[in-house]
Write a protein that binds this ligand. Structure first.
Ligand code: UDP
Ligand code: MN
Length: 255
């Protein structure tokens, strides 16, 4: 059963490859029995590709410009949706029956294989608007039909937030009210904003975090001056953990 299931992430730049490596390593550290897959674009360096091959079961090059004429056209018409189109490409991974997508800026803190007990589309609430799900962590079923629906919707309506999260929330619009089993607990997608908006809850429940999401412009791999400015002190302990994981996987790294 687990052979047909995979954790999937995405990296379109060498920086995000660093994050992707940590996603794979942190999944493996906690003994996942599922496959690990990274989708990459052709522009990433040989060095990054090599590092990814070392830790992922599958490195899939997503050449969005060639692979599908319709997608090619839609990309030309909507260059703003580039990353979104690349991310929703995960629905084409039909060699797997079920997958969990993790943003490359997430860090897994324990075994989360139980996520595969959930159905499409399961995700955690977005801290900014909890009737929307955050698209940094979600359970989905690869399907070319669903992929087409997503593309068509993007082409016709774009995305209300300009990214994949707006598109996915429009297409899976029943998420907010229909089926509570599709609401992942917040600890599966814990972002720093909870620190600012509800500090007592963070203090009470933060240690239950299962997946941390470094949402926003400043990532763990950003320069330390950028990180200092962002003053997300709470997340500091998680940023340290991220670096520990990153350095453990790249002994010769310059970082
Ligand atoms: N991503 C990427 N290259 C980019 C931007 C995004 O590969 O230039 C991928 C990556 O997997 C990332 C995800 O798309 O984690 C969503 O972007 P990001 O995490 O930066 O958005 P946020 O979670 O901060 O809203
Ligand atoms: Mn993210």
């Amino acid at each position: 059963m687990s052979a047909g299931e995979a954790f999937v992430t995405l990296a379109t730049t060498d920086s995000y490859c660093k994050g992707a490596i940590v996603v794979a390593r942190s999944l493996q550290r906690h003994g996942t029995t599922r496959s690990t897959v990274v989708m990459v674009t052709p522009n990433i360096s040989e060095q990054s590709r090599f590092a990814l091959k070392d830790v992922f079961d599958e490195v899939i090059t997503v050449d969005v410009m060639d692979s599908d004429d319709r997608l090619h056209l839609s990309w030309l018409g909507r260059p703003d949706l580039g990353i979104t189109f690349t991310k929703i490409h995960c629905w084409t991974l039909t060699q797997y029956s079920k997958c969990v997508f993790l943003d490359a800026d997430t860090l897994v803190l324990c075994n989360v294989d139980e996520l595969f007990e959930r159905d499409e589309l399961s995700a955690a609430p977005d801290p900014g608007w909890p009737d929307c799900f955050n698209s940094g962590v979600f359970v989905f079923r690869p399907s070319l039909h669903t992929h087409s629906r997503l593309l068509d919707h993007a082409l016709q309506h774009g995305s209300f937030d300009g990214g994949d999260q707006g598109l996915l929330n429009s297409v899976f619009s029943s998420w907010a009210a229909e089926d509570i089993s599709k609401h992942l607990p917040f600890v599966y997608n814990l972002s720093g904003s909870s620190f600012y908006s509800y500090l007592p809850a963070f203090r009470q429940f933060g240690h239950n975090a299962k997946i941390v999401h470094f949402l926003g412009a400043v990532k763990p791999w950003s320069s330390s001056s950028q990180r200092d400015e962002s003053c997300s002190h709470t997340m500091e302990q998680f940023v340290s953990l991220w670096w520990k994981e990153y350095l453990s996987s790249t002994p010769s790294s310059e970082a």
